[in-house]
Design a protein around this ligand. Structure first.
Ligand code: NDP
Ligand code: MG
Length: 396
């Protein structure tokens, strides 16, 4: 009999959050949901509270919290509703909590991730932007807190599943890793027509159902750029040991090329419930609910190199990793602002890369060797200001 795992889901109303609750619901008695959090979707959070009965729910503002309290009271539910970023950190570090699923989107998830890391939790990391911004500081917090960091991003989960549990063997074993990328919805589109792309076209991913921000990142391949940076930290690899190949079927989720030339790959249908279930049950395996791979139906697995003209943002990952500390935080902040502006209809699809590249040019970070989380978040804020200025200039 497995001990009950007390679980918090940060960003429970999103794509990864709801898939996590789907896996949890398949295993009654194995997981206890202690806390759930959301940003805007109070109605979805309420339904989740009704079903999973968490002790705490967190929302960003008092009016939304009041709305949730009213809905809960009408049903006689006793979930305590707390407000603001500090409440997220307290929940992530609470003593009764064993595991934290970090499924907030963007750098907004960094502080609660760090709180969970410092408190030594089992940290299921979907929120790649937190690691892209936090970098070495994040990994130090994991080590200092004795946390167990488990990748949820499907590529990083694939690499993790191909490696032995004993991390001390990884450096000797790995020659390089190959992250697979679907190429997104515009893999074959004429690059000269990318300026015509609308938000609805960009979020219509051919293989995966995901939140809006990561869907746009998949269309620009900035998602893969962020994943290269994520892999650098998760697997302690020099940037040149991380490679990317386009694999349009999204069946191979990534590969490890070993020192002896042997290649290990993890395969499956494109469904986030597999990496989520592995994070929840590691080192065991539990039913995920994902559809099974049918080899008789599988036509072919194909591969192609990413075209740098179509996906100019991808190279920024290696450039930023080789630049001074903090550069990846600047890149992430610029990209978050550019994607939000694209989704709001204020900049075109092609401008996303211009905003990212120009912001990097204008804001070379000058962080000391012993910089703090506050230094990184201050840099994140300055990068957002620069990115917004760049967008004003592009519009003029
Ligand atoms: P969604 O946009 O679907 O969900 C984001 C969640 O975070 C929602 O619960 C949202 O609340 C909440 N949230 C949004 N902004 C804030 C904020 N500023 N503060 C606190 N909470 C906030 O995103 P996804 O589930 O797609 O992605 C989550 C993370 O997982 C991202 O970092 C993404 O890169 C990563 N990831 C996602 C994959 C996927 O398949 N979706 C695959 C691999 C990684 P509300 O619903 O109320 O707006
Ligand atoms: Mg991924």
């Amino acid at each position: 009999m497995n001990p009950l795992l007390n679980l918090v889901i940060l960003g429970s109303t999103g794509s990864v959050g709801t898939s996590t609750l789907d896996v949890v619901a398949r295993h009654p008695g194995r997981f206890h949901v202690v806390g759930l959090t959301a940003q805007q979707r109070v109605d979805v959070l309420f339904e989740q509270c009704r079903r999973f009965r968490p002790r705490v729910a967190v929302l960003p503002t008092e009016p939304r919290a009041a709305e949730l309290r009213r809905l809960l009271a009408a049903e006689g539910l006793v979930t305590e509703v707390r407000v603001g970023p500090e409440a997220l950190c307290e929940l992530a570090a609470a003593s009764e909590v064993d595991a934290v699923m970090a499924a907030i989107v963007g750098a907004a998830g960094l502080r609660p991730c760090m709180a969970a890391a410092r408190a030594g939790k089992r940290l299921l990391l979907a929120n790649k932007e937190a690691l892209v911004v936090g970098g070495g500081l994040f990994m130090q917090a994991v080590a200092a807190g004795g946390a167990t960091l488990l990748p949820i991003d499907s590529e990083h989960s694939a690499i993790f599943q191909c490696l032995p549990e004993d991390r001390s063997t990884w450096a000797r074993r790995i020659d390089h890793i190959v992250l697979t990328a679907s190429g997104g919805p515009f893999r074959q589109r004429d690059p000269a027509t990318l300026h015509e792309v609308t938000p609805a076209m960009a979020v219509a991913h051919p293989n995966w159902v995901m939140g809006q921000k990561i869907s746009v990142d998949s269309a620009t391949m900035m998602n893969k750029a962020l994943e290269v940076i994520e892999a650098r930290w998760l697997f302690d690899l020099a940037p040149e040991r991380i490679k990317v190949v386009i694999h349009p079927q999204s069946i191979i989720h990534s590969m490890v090329v070993c020192r002896d030339g042997s290649v290990l790959a993890q395969l499956g249908t494109p469904d986030m419930k597999v990496p989520i279930a592995y994070g929840l049950s590691f080192p065991e395996r539990i039913e995920s609910g994902a559809p099974r791979l049918d080899f008789e139906q599988l036509q072919s697995l194909s591969f192609e190199p990413p075209d740098p003209r179509r996906f100019p943002g991808l190279q920024l990952a290696w450039d930023a990793l080789r630049a001074p500390a903090g550069t990846t935080a600047v890149l992430n902040a610029a990209n978050e602002e550019a994607v939000a502006a694209f989704l709001a209809g204020t900049i075109g699809f092609g401008a996303i890369h211009s905003v990212n590249a120009r912001t990097l040019d204008r804001l070379p970070p000058r962080l000391g060797p012993s910089h703090t989380l506050d230094d990184l978040l201050e840099l994140d804020g300055r990068a957002r200001d620069v990115a917004r200025q760049v967008m004003r200039e592009l519009a003029a």
